[in-house]
Design a protein around this ligand. Structure first.
Ligand SMILES: [Zn+2]
Ligand SMILES: [Zn+2]
Length: 224
């Protein structure tokens, strides 16, 4: 492994070191220093990104790197951008990630007005089948599925489902492939209540006109 390959490897994954990398670092002082600085920058970015990322963090990180940046400008710019690009989404704290999903779900439900007017009839067993994809089931029947389609939500694909209950419509968003860790979050916005929660697989969001209805659906969802 030569110096260039070593540095590329460090930039693409600062936290992992295989035998080849270790051997090069042991024999090349310049690359050893490079790897140490990169690990240090990576750790500080990691710490910085454990809190909510404010706009312009990347710029400020680069400014904070001022003296080093002058010495090796492209390396640091590249390092920071690589870490930011790969780190941000995964490092959003679960509580915040839950709240974001709840907000996006509420906004999405509000905007898709036709979802409340639709009177599609889902095949029997449809709801239990899509819930089973996420390791959950509906312990009590809430009503009829009157709308179901695939929608983009929270950078993922969600099943957007409306269940018409005797107390009004409840919207359910199923994200079986969501790999973001999200803690349960409940928010009230625009006269609606939205709950986001982790499922056996992926995440689920519930939107209803009031907290009682949203929580009733949440309680009805049991582990499969
Ligand atoms: Zn080297
Ligand atoms: Zn939708």
């Amino acid at each position: 492994m030569n110096c260039l390959d070593f540095r590329r490897a460090v930039l693409s994954d600062p936290r992992q070191a295989d035998g080849e990398r270790l051997a090069h670092a042991a024999s090349c002082a310049a690359c050893r220093v490079f790897a140490e600085r990169q690990a240090d920058l990576d750790n500080r970015l990691f710490d910085a990104m454990r809190v909510e990322v404010p706009d312009g963090l990347a710029d400020r990180v680069l400014v904070a790197q001022g003296p080093r940046r002058r010495r090796t400008p492209w390396i640091w710019a590249l390092a920071a951008s690589v870490v930011l690009a790969t780190g941000v989404a995964l490092l959003v704290p679960p509580g915040l990630a839950g709240e974001r999903l709840a907000r996006e779900a509420a906004m999405h439900a509000e905007e898709e007005k036709e979802s409340f007017r639709a009177r599609q009839v889902a095949a029997p067993g449809f709801l239990q089948a899509v819930l089973a994809d996420q390791g959950v089931r509906l312990a009590v029947s809430m009503g009829e599925v009157t709308y179901a389609r695939l929608c983009p939500l929270a950078g993922n694909t969600a099943r957007h489902i409306v269940i018409t209950t005797p107390d009004g419509p409840v919207t359910l968003f199923l994200l079986p492939t969501d790999d973001q860790r999200r803690r349960r979050a409940e928010i009230a916005t625009g006269g609606m209540t939205a709950i986001a929660m982790p499922a056996g697989r992926g995440s689920i969001a519930i939107v209803a006109a009031n907290p009682e209805l949203a929580r009733a659906l949440e309680r009805a969802l049991a582990q499969a």
